[in-house]
Design a protein around this ligand. Sequence first.
Ligand code: DOR
Ligand code: ZN
Length: 356
Amino acid sequence: MTTMSIRTPDDWHVHLRDGAQLEQTVAATARSFARAIVMPNLVPPVCTVEAAREYRNRIRAATPVGASFEPLMTCYLTNDTDPDEVATGYASGVFAACKLYPAHATTNSSHGVTDVRRIHPVLATMERIGMPLLIHGEVTDAAVDVFDREAIFIERVLSPIVRDFPGLKVVLEHITTAEAADFIRESRDQVAATITPHHLLINRNAMFQGGFRPHAYCLPVAKREKHRVALRQAATSGSPRFFLGTDSAPHPRAMKEAACGCAGIFNAPVALEVYAQVFEEEGALNRLEAFASEHGPRFYGLPLNAGRVTLTRSPWQVPDVIEVGGQPVVPFLAGETLAWRLDTNQVHHSPEVSQR
Ligand code: DOR
Ligand code: ZN
């Protein structure tokens, strides 16, 4: 196959950042995706309806002329989140979901939740109104090995949430382990996971290839090869519980190449092309459209996009550096050659009808 066309996809997990960075981050995402679930881990975090509305306005203002891109906003949960604020934001169409960061699990998560029992009233409200809970699934217990933090989170935190709130929609974000893929597969309905392009492509060796490679560092950190194989199997299985979420997370080059480098991989410039490559390698190109464009909207209760995008087999080289907000950022797979190219001269179409 040399050309393929799929329904326009969405990105169900992205970090667009703020301020001067928005111009490039929004363009990079709107290039391939009609909608995106926008992470709220700004400084300060997006915790109120008003803050989310203003952030959405800034994203809309930064959207390239002619692009049709809809940012779907999330509410950053803290120990003190008011269930009424969450419900008001959801009812008014500002919040699409809430994001649970365990305190100190990752970038800008210091205001996160220290004990899930603190947000039980919020979770009960979300369960009642059908609002999805998106989870960064890692324990922060210093006694737990970094590579085990997701698997232990599933045992200690996620299983109880899924059990105690049996009607709650839950997305375990950016899964990295066979344990996570198994848990999602065996779980009750309305429990799903997103999978990033980088976790499908690299294992933890990528961080240590001939020296330390900070641009392969993200959280949750990439795991052993057997986990990457399990993620590929899950993503390409056709199960509606797995869908596309890039976790594209740019940091200026100087913040990555540092004594204490930031976690995050800027993959928006290559994400859809990488997913296409992975699905092709797995002999599952016929399942790419469902993973990228159907499972996510169905989970969220949103209409499928009406437009289409075209990918062509036409090798191209990823730039070494991309300017984001006037600062150099090293993209995922910088300098490497990709097999698939997205035709970017296409217009996205808005969703056909609203189902909610
Ligand atoms: O690698 C990551 N980067 N993981 C996260 O959870 C946050 C993200 C960021 O905001 O940079
Ligand atoms: Zn993220």
